[in-house]
Write a protein that binds this ligand. Structure first.
Ligand SMILES: Nc1ncnc2c1ncn2[C@@H]1O[C@H](COP(=O)(O)OP(=O)(O)OP(=O)(O)O)[C@@H](O)[C@H]1O
Ligand code: SF4
Ligand SMILES: [Mg+2]
Length: 355
């Protein structure tokens, strides 16, 4: 069994007088020790809500419903009481948050926050802890670390706060680390340094890393397995190489087509996906990607596409996937082979009942 098994996770936000938001809808994935698993998708597709739900850190608000399981080393994290959850969070599971200010204590110097982690998790004290803390800040690219240890979070830039948070997460040597956009706010040289540090953690401590990002360059350089999220659902899961070589979901194809490539020919254009992530308030019947999909056919409307598992262990949710290069076209039936959609009516969104 994998170190973390997320099974049919769902998160809905029901608000009085408003429609229900299905932020996460039946997400399943797993992570082994020493493995890097990516959660990838455009803004608003449910990456942060997925990770916060696993960590038990969603804001407690009326109408919040969390379903499914997130089993870490045999324990369902979603069933823990607050105390056990705090214990496991400090000891075994750590998270790097997308918003660093919310997770650093504003009235405690950075140094004390890092050394506290070192004392609690690695029994280090005094000068040894100070030295290790300075070393960690140095490794995440914070200049003059001894001085910075004495400073408060508000005295650091946003990028430095993010790096201090990464230093604290690495200091724990957790068995599972969830990193939510850890390098988005950083410049490329620092980004490379941080990614190297995370790779070291995985290699040397066997940490299982869930890497949340919308940066396909980071995915290509880091992840062993990738889950592509769209509107709260995993639409494709594959190992890195097959995903980049032969994406099976049109959304993945669109994501890959919208980033620049070094091997692109002169004059070759980027192909951004038209439209934006569907508003999850207006949840359609059928495939949520249909309104933006150039391969849409009649079968895409009605019910969400079932999961297709392939012989090489990948999976996707699409009734009309792009052909794998070298695969002959399917034989035409009486009704003729399906034509890719070129427009046509977009399925009407299903209105949720008001609570
Ligand atoms: N507390 C909340 N109450 C209601 N809706 C929420 C809440 N938190 C998130 N959502 C909604 O859930 C959906 C998923 O949000 P989430 O923050 O997970 O996106 P994301 O994939 O992390 O995006 P980004 O790349 O911008 O960080 C969004 O539509 C968001 O508006
Ligand atoms: S072909 Fe159909 S099922 Fe596949 S992504 Fe497009 S709309 Fe969805
Ligand atoms: Mg997010």
């Amino acid at each position: 069994m994998a170190l973390l098994e997320v099974d049919d996770l769902s998160v809905t936000f029901a608000r009085r007088g408003q429609r229900t938001v299905h932020a996460v809808d039946g997400v399943s994935f797993s992570v082994d020790a020493g493995e890097v698993v990516g959660l990838v998708g455009e803004s608003g597709c449910g990456k942060s809500v997925t990770s916060l739900a696993i960590m038990g850190l969603l804001p407690r608000q009326p109408g919040l419903r969390v379903g499914g399981r997130a089993v870490f080393d045999g324990t369902d994290l979603l069933q823990l009481d607050d105390r056990s959850r705090r214990d496991i969070r400090g000891r075994d599971v750590a998270m790097i948050f997308q918003d660093p200010l919310s997770s650093l204590n504003p009235v405690i110097p950075i140094g004390l926050q890092v050394t506290e982690v070192l004392t609690r998790h690695r029994g280090m004290k005094g000068e040894a802890a100070q030295k290790e803390a300075a070393d960690l800040l140095d490794r995440v690219g914070i200049p003059d670390p001894r001085r910075r240890l004495k400073e408060y979070p508000h005295q650091l830039s946003g990028g430095m706060r993010q790096r201090a948070l990464i230093a604290m997460a690495v200091a724990c040597q957790p068995r599972l680390l969830i990193a939510d956009e850890p390098t988005t706010a950083l410049d490329v040289t620092i980004q490379a340094q941080i990614l190297e540090l995370l790779k070291e953690l995985v290699r040397d401590s066997g940490t299982a890393l869930v890497m949340i990002t919308h940066d396909l360059g980071v995915v290509a350089g880091m992840c062993d397995t990738i889950n592509v999220l769209y509107a709260g659902r995993v639409v494709e899961t594959a190992r890195r190489r097959p995903l980049f070589r032969e994406p099976r979901h049109p959304y993945t194809v669109g994501l890959l087509g919208s980033v620049p490539r070094l091997d692109a020919g002169r004059g070759e254009r980027l192909n951004p996906i038209p439209g934006s992530v569907r508003d999850v308030l207006a949840w359609p019947d059928g495939c949520a990607f249909a309104p933006r999909c150039t391969r849409r056919i009649d079968e895409c409307v009605g019910a969400p596409p079932e999961l297709t598992l392939t012989y090489d262990g990948r999976s996707y949710r699409c009734v009309n996937p792009p052909p794998v290069p070298g695969t002959p076209p399917p034989a035409a039936t009486d009704a003729g082979a399906p034509e890719p959609a070129t427009g046509g009516p977009v399925p009407a969104p299903r209105e949720e009942e008001k609570p």
